[in-house]
Design a binder for this molecule. Structure first.
Ligand code: SF4
Length: 754
C-alpha cells in the first residue's frame, strides 16, 4: 500500500525546478542533506546560504509521526487549534506502553486492558482529525514508518528520538518534542538551527560476522555521545551502496546515541529494492525519475572535506564486529579486544539475558542472520545458556518470519518471542528472576544502554551488539566468548564452532501479513466526539489558557529563584511522572521539584509568601493561583536546556506562573514558553539576578507597548519597602507577541480559524 503517493509524486515533480532555484542562489555543489533542507523551507522567499550551526531556519516537513506516550499531550494540544484535520500526513503508533513480561500474546492483552483509556483516546482523536492510527501490536513506530511511509528526499519530524531511523530510506527525519509536532500538524513552521554536516565515507564491503550495526557502533566510539550534537551525518561511498536499506536504517537509528540531529543515505539500488519489496514500486518508480536529486552531488562525494564540516572514513573490509558498553553506547570494543575488557574492568562475565529486536535491529535481514546462528546451534547440539528474547519490529516482520519458520528456530534453542513493541528497550520489562540490586550483564541489539534503561537495575551492565553477535553470546552465556575464534562444548561434549551468519535481505516469498494493525481515519471526522472521563487519572482535556488581560503584570510573587543548572528534567521530571503525561493537572505536581532554591539550597522547598511557611513548589504555585496572584520563576544560565518537553512550559502556565526571568535560556524552551503564552525574559544586566529577594513582589511593566524593539521593565518591591527596577531583554517577534496577547499560539490559530 503506497501511502501518500500523491504527496510524494507532487514533491518529486517540482524537485528539479526547486533545486535549480537553490543552485542559482548557492552556486556550488550540494550534499543530499542540503538538498532536502533547502527544498523544505517554510517560506521559500527566505532562501539564502544559511550559516551551518548558526542560523535558525523555518522548515515545512512532509509528515509527522507520534508514539503513544508522547502523542497524548501533542493531540490534546492539537485539539485546541480548532482545525478539522491535520495539515500534513500524520500517524500515531502504539508501542511504548506495552510491557514485556511473559510473551507476545499475553503481554499484548494485558497492555490493551491496562492502557485502554489511552489507546481509545488516541484512536478516536486520530480518527477525527485525519491521523493514521497503528494499534497496539502493529509494531514499533520506526519500523512501521520505514515499511510504509519513509521516502527518499522527504522530511519528517517525529515525537521520538529514534525517528532518525527513516534516514535509511533517504529522509531527513528528526526527533522532536510534542510542541513541534503540534505546530506542523496545525500548519505552522518548524524551526531548527541549520545543522553542521558530517560526511561518513564508507569504503569496502561488510563481510563475515560484521554487520550494519557495527558501522554505527564504530562511529559512536569515534564521535562519542555528544559528537553529533547539532550535526547531520551523511553516509556515502561504495560501502554505503552495499548495505541493505534496513541496515542503513539501523545505522541512522543509532545515530541518536551520538546526539546527531539525524543521519541519512542517498537513494540507491538497495532502497529501490526495499521500496519494491514493501509494495511501493510506484514510489521507487517516481524516485528513479529524479534519482540524481535524491543523493549528494558527485563533486561533494569526490572531495568531501571541501563540503562537509567534518569527514570520517571507515573501511568496511577491515571493520570488526563491535560490542559497546556498559552504561554508555559510545564505549566501543572491537570483539577481538572485548574479552580482555571484560576481565580488566571486572564486568560480570556470566551473561544473564540476550535480547534481540527493537526498532534498531528487527528487519527480515536481522532476524535471518540471527536465526542462521540459532539454526547452527540446533544442528550442532547447542542451546542458549541464558534467557533469550526476540522482539519483532512490526507485525509484518513477525508474520513473515513466523511464516518462514524462523521463530520456530529461535524457539528450539529456548528463545521467547515478545510483543511487537518497545518492551524491554524502554524499561517496560518485568524481568523475572532478577535481583534488583545484583551486578549482572545482559546483551541486546537495541540502541541505548544507560544505567537502568532496560530493567531499572543500576547494576545491570547492558552491552549493545548486532543481533547475530547477541545470539552467539547468548548461546555461550559468557561475555568473554568470541564467536569468530572460539569453540563451544555441545550436548555430546564435543567442541563445535559457529560459522559466519547468513542473512536474506528480503523474503523470497515477499512480505505478508494478515492484519497489519492499521486504522485509517474517517473521511469526515466532524461527527466524532472525543470523550475523556472527568475522573480519569491519565487524561485530561485542556482548557485554553486565558488571553493577556491588556495590563502590565503587577503584584506577582516569586515562586522560586532557581540556582545553577535547571534543565527541562528539573522543571518537569520524568520517571514515574510520565504516567501522567496526558493529564496536565496531575503531571503539574512535579513542577520544578528538581530545581535548587537559591535561598536555602534545597530542592522542592520554597517560601509561601502568603503564609510565610516553607512548602513544595507545585503546592505553593497552586496557593498563589487560588488566591488570584500571578507568580514568577527566576533562573540562572541556560535555563530549560535538555530535551524539548512541552510539559516544562505547560505546567508553569497551568499553575499560574506568568513570567520566567533568567540569565539565559536554552532556545527551544524559550520558544516553548512563548507558545504557551508566557513571558520568557532575560536580565539585561545579569547581575540584577542578585537583586531578587525571597519575599519580593514583582511587576513587569511596559506591556502595552510590547514590541520586538523595546525592552520591558522589571520592578521588585522588597518586603522592607525598598524597590529595585531594571530592564529585561526579550526575543519576541510580532507573531510571538500575538501569541502572548492571545494567551497561547494555539489560541491564536483557533481565533484565526474562526
Ligand atoms: S524500540 Fe527502543 S529505541 Fe526503539 S522506539 Fe522503542 S523504546 Fe525507542
Amino acid at each position: 500500500m503506497a501511502f501518500d503517493l500523491d504527496l510524494i509524486q507532487r514533491y518529486y515533480s517540482s524537485l528539479a525546478d526547486q533545486l535549480e532555484t537553490v543552485r542559482a542562489k548557492l552556486n556550488r555543489p550540494m550534499s543530499l542533506t542540503e538538498k532536502i533542507l533547502y527544498t523544505h523551507l517554510y517560506n521559500t522567499g527566505d532562501l539564502k546560504e544559511f550559516q551551518r550551526g548558526g542560523d535558525y531556519v523555518n522548515f515545512s516537513p512532509d509528515r509527522v509521526a507520534m508514539q503513544d506516550a508522547t502523542a497524548q499531550m501533542a493531540l490534546l494540544q492539537f485539539m485546541q487549534a480548532g482545525k478539522d484535520k491535520v495539515a500534513v500526513p500524520s500517524t500515531v503508533h502504539c508501542d511504548h506502553l506495552i510491557q514485556a513480561k511473559v510473551g507476545a500474546d499475553d503481554d499484548l492483552k494485558t497492555a490493551i486492558s491496562t492502557n485502554k483509556e489511552v489507546f481509545d483516546f488516541l484512536s478516536n482523536v486520530s480518527n477525527k482529525y485525519g491521523i493514521g492510527f497503528w494499534k497496539p501490536g502493529a509494531g514499533i513506530i520506526h519500523q512501521v514508518i520505514l515499511e510504509n511511509y519513509a521516502f527518499p528526499g522527504g522530511m519528517m519530524i517525529g515525537t521520538d528520538s529514534h525517528t532518525v531511523n527513516a534516514g535509511g530510506l533517504g529522509m531527513v527525519a528528526i526527533g522532536v518534542g510534542g510542541a513541534d509536532a503540534v505546530d506542523v500538524m496545525a500548519g505552522m513552521p518548524w524551526e531548527l538551527k541549520f545543522p553542521k554536516l558530517i560526511g561518513v565515507k564508507l569504503t569496502g564491503k561488510l563481510n563475515g560476522w560484521t554487520s550494519a550495526k557495527d558501522v554505527i557502533l564504530k562511529v559512536a566510539g569515534v564521535l562519542t555521545v555528544k559528537g553529533g550534537t547539532g550535526k547531520i551525518l551523511e553516509y556515502f561511498g561504495e560501502g554505503a551502496e552495499n548495505i541493505s536499506c534496513t541496515g542503513k536504517g539501523t545505522i541512522c537509528n543509532m545515530g541518536a546515541e551520538i546526539g546527531a540531529t539525524t543521519s541519512l543515505f542517498g537513494y540507491d539500488e538497495k532502497m529501490r529494492a526495499y521500496l519494491r519489496g514493501t509494495e511501493r514500486a510506484d514510489v521507487a518508480e517516481a524516485a528513479d525519475k529524479v534519482a540524481a536529486h535524491l543523493t549528494g552531488d558527485p563533486e561533494v562525494y569526490a572531495a568531501p572535506e571541501k563540503y562537509f564540516d567534518e569527514v570520517i572514513e571507515i573501511n568496511l573490509d577491515e571493520l570488526e564486529p563491535h560490542i559497546n558498553g556498559p552504561f554508555s553506547p559510545d564505549k566501543a570494543w572491537p570483539i577481538s579486544e572485548f574479552a580482555r575488557a571484560v576481565e580488566e574492568n571486572g564486568y560480570p562475565r556470566d551473561l544473564e539475558v540476550g535480547l534481540i529486536g527493537s526498532c534498531t535491529n528487527s528487519s527480515y535481514e536481522d532476524i535471518t542472520r540471527a536465526a542462521s546462528i540459532a539454526q547452527q546451534a540446533v544442528d550442532k547440539g547447542l542451546k542458549v545458556a541464558t534467557e533469550f528474547t526476540i522482539t519483532p519490529g512490526s507485525e509484518q516482520v513477525r508474520y513473515t518470519v513466523d511464516r518462514d519458520g524462523l521463530l520456530d528456530v529461535f524457539g528450539k534453542i529456548g528463545g521467547v518471542v515478545l510483543a511487537n513493541a518497545c518492551g524491554p528497550c524502554i524499561g517496560q520489562w518485568a524481568r523475572h528472576n532478577a535481583d534488583k540490586e545484583k551486578k549482572n550483564s545482559i546483551i541486546t541489539s537495541f540502541n541505548r544502554n544507560f544505567a537502568k534503561r532496560n530493567d531499572g537495575n543500576p547494576n545491570t551492565h547492558a552491552f549493545v551488539a548486532s543481533p547475530e553477535i547477541v545470539t552467539a553470546m547468548t548461546i555461550a552465556g559468557d561475555l568473554t566468548f568470541n564467536p569468530l575464534t572460539d569453540s563451544l562444548t555441545n550436548e555430546k561434549g564435543e567442541q563445535v564452532k559457529l560459522e559466519e551468519p547468513r542473512g536474506i535481505e528480503m523474503p523470497a516469498m515477499g512480505f505478508s501479513v494478515e492484519d497489519n494493525g492499521y486504522q485509517a481515519p474517517a473521511e469526515d471526522g466532524s461527527h466524532i466526539d472525543i470523550n475523556v472521563a472527568p475522573d480519569s487519572r491519565r487524561l485530561q482535556l485542556l482548557d485554553p489558557f486565558a488571553p493577556w488581560e491588556g495590563e502590565d503584570l503587577t503584584g506577582m510573587k516569586l515562586l522560586i529563584k532557581a540556582e545553577g543548572k535547571c534543565t527541562t528534567d528539573h522543571i518537569s521530571m520524568a520517571g514515574p511522572w510520565l504516567r501522567y503525561r496526558g493529564h496536565l493537572d496531575n503531571i503539574s505536581n512535579n513542577l520544578l521539584i528538581g530545581a535548587v532554591n537559591f535561598f536555602n539550597k534545597k530542592t522542592n522547598a520554597v517560601t509561601n509568601q502568603l503564609t510565610g511557611e516553607t512548602g513544595e513548589v507545585p503546592e505553593t504555585a497552586r496557593a498563589y493561583k487560588a488566591a488570584g496572584i500571578g507568580s514568577i520563576v527566576v533562573g540562572d544560565e541556560n535555563y530549560g536546556e535538555g530535551s524539548s518537553r512541552e510539559h516544562a512550559a505547560m505546567e508553569p502556565r497551568h499553575l499560574g506562573v506568568r513570567v520566567v526571568l533568567v540569565k539565559s535560556f536554552a532556545r527551544i524552551h524559550e520558544t516553548n514558553l512563548k507558545k504557551q503564552g508566557m513571558l520568557g525574559l532575560t536580565f539585561a544586566d545579569k547581575d540584577d539576578y542578585d537583586k531578587v529577594r525571597e519575599d519580593d513582589t514583582i511587576s513587569v511593566l511596559g506591556l502595552r507597548k510590547f514590541s520586538p524593539e523595546n525592552n520591558l521593565l522589571v520592578r521588585l518591591d522588597h518586603a522592607d519597602g525598598t524597590t529595585d527596577e531594571f530592564e529585561a531583554n526579550h526575543t519576541y517577534n510580532e507573531t510571538q507577541i500575538a501569541w502572548f496577547r492571545a494567551g497561547s499560539a494555539l489560541n491564536l490559530i483557533r481565533m484565526q480559524n474562526q
